[in-house]
Design a binder for this molecule. Structure first.
Ligand code: ATP
Ligand code: MG
Length: 436
């Protein structure tokens, strides 16, 4: 335990909403502590991303105290207290799952692999600490006595920058395989080392990840790849054989030394990281589109081996193969699927610029993403002169006056422009021979 003057956590560093929740719970007669990233990040001198609270009030008791409260989760029931855009997560202290409790399937349930399908047995604060994942995440700050409670030697591990699982490592990974991802994520985010025993079984247990529902994988995808540390996380995930649970097709291509694909996704991830670290907007759809672009091209080639299909038909046929396959790993919400398709379709649209087409593409709501994607492709396919010219054309197009744009379109003499026959010149259909 650290007294008030032995640690840097103070009320000024908490959000007003987090403080409100802590005080309201205390006033209602319950214990309440700030826990997890909120305490850990302040000890590290960082600004917490969000604030999590642990209490001895049950979800129903929490709900009774707050109007702006939603109870969520089946596997792990907890309360979300909503303050505009900020959500304070309040979890009831968890306890151990013993034989007797395991008979109540609503509160405790395990799969054949030892995965906890329900983790809703309540307990005391010191039991709760043992149920948390890493020692650095099991630190509790009280706004009653301003002390930091350390039940798992987390302070020492924060100081030494070590990510260490609490309890028997294999059991803890089996209970929840996502802890393998979390170990990697905290190590890259906080610039820490994963402790040897915590690290050791990950590769051998990686296949447990196959049991994680696709919806949860989407959440984990966001934390891994849309957090400013995509490149570092990607490299770790590949090392530990965990990347394939996000993008099986990409993982396989990388195993086959598809160098072009590797450079492309690395560049896309590096760009995403740069944008996030500069507080620029990013859409997960862009990274999804980049991950699957070359696998998509392979599908198109396979489907259209002898070029018998119109390109659009081949594209949609390939889409119908690749999307359901990817969805089995990560449940990509519909709105992002739409943007991915737009980005891909724009690659074709940006290439065909004659007549009104360039202006139409320019007005497309996803033009900017499509153009950025084109730039990325041209950077990777540096020997593709046509692609380089196309990228430059669009860069110029955006920087000139409307009149000059009209001129640019007029001066296109691409193969498509000259090949295209006007409808008037089309030959009349040959009359069918009379049938008997
Ligand atoms: P972040 O900065 O990403 O929010 P965090 O440590 O606060 O990091 P959360 O996902 O917000 O992580 O979870 C809050 C706390 O809940 C964690 O610090 C940890 O104590 C506990 N926790 C979360 N997920 C798990 C898990 N899968 N197994 C055990 N404990 C967990
Ligand atoms: Mg958190």
């Amino acid at each position: 335990m650290l007294s008030r003057d032995q640690h840097p956590v103070s009320r000024q560093l908490l959000s007003p909403s987090a403080l409100k929740v802590l005080y309201r719970l205390n006033k209602g007669g319950y214990d309440a502590y700030l826990v997890g990233g909120g305490v850990r990040d302040i000890l590290l001198g960082l600004k917490p991303k969000d604030f999590d609270i642990a209490t001895n009030a049950t979800p129903e008791q929490i709900k009774a105290l707050f109007r702006n409260c939603r109870l969520i989760g089946r596997r792990f029931r907890l309360a979300h207290i909503v303050f505009g855009r900020e959500i304070i997560e309040v979890a009831t202290f968890r306890g151990h799952h013993d034989e007797k409790e395991q008979q109540d399937k609503k509160t405790s349930k395990q799969s054949e692999h030892g995965m906890l399908l329900r983790d809703n047995i309540y307990g005391s604060i010191d039991e709760d600490a043992q149920r948390r994942d890493f020692t650095i995440n099991a630190l509790y700050y009280s706004t009653k006595d301003f002390k930091v409670y350390d039940f798992a030697n987390g302070v020492k591990d924060v100081e030494n920058r070590v990510v260490r699982l609490i309890g028997d490592v294999e059991t803890r990974y089996r209970e929840d395989p996502v802890r393998m991802l979390r170990a990697i994520r905290f190590a890259t985010k906080l610039d820490m080392e994963i402790e040897a025993q915590t690290k050791a079984p990950i590769k051998a247990l990686s296949s447990l990840m196959a049991n994680i529902p696709a919806a949860r994988m989407f959440e984990e995808f966001l934390k891994m790849f849309i957090s400013g540390k995509a490149v570092a996380n990607f490299e770790q995930l590949r090392d530990y054989h965990l990347f394939k649970f996000f993008f099986p097709a990409v993982d396989q291509a990388l195993d086959n030394n598809d160098e072009q694909l590797e450079r492309f996704i690395m560049l896309a991830m590096a760009n995403t990281d740069k944008r996030i670290n500069n507080d620029q907007r990013v859409t997960p759809a862009f990274l999804f589109a980049a991950m699957l672009w070359y696998p998509l091209q392979n599908y198109i080639r396979q489907i259209n081996t002898n070029n018998s299909l119109p390109p659009q038909d081949a594209f949609f046929a390939a889409l119908n193969e690749i999307m359901p396959e990817q969805q089995r790993s990560i449940a990509i919400p519909k709105r992002f699927q739409g943007v991915m398709k737009d980005i891909w379709i724009l690659q074709e649209k940006l290439a065909r610029r004659e007549g009104k087409r360039a202006f139409k593409a320019y007005e497309h709501p996803k033009f900017r993403a499509g153009y950025d994607f084109l730039l990325l492709r041209s950077e990777i396919e540096s020997d593709n002169v046509q692609l380089a010219e196309l990228a430059k054309w669009w860069t110029d197009f955006q920087n000139v006056s409307n009149d000059a744009q009209v001129q640019m379109v007029k001066s296109i003499k691409g193969p498509q422009g000259s090949k295209r026959r006007s409808p008037r010149k089309r030959r009349k259909p040959i009359a069918k021979p009379p049938t008997e």
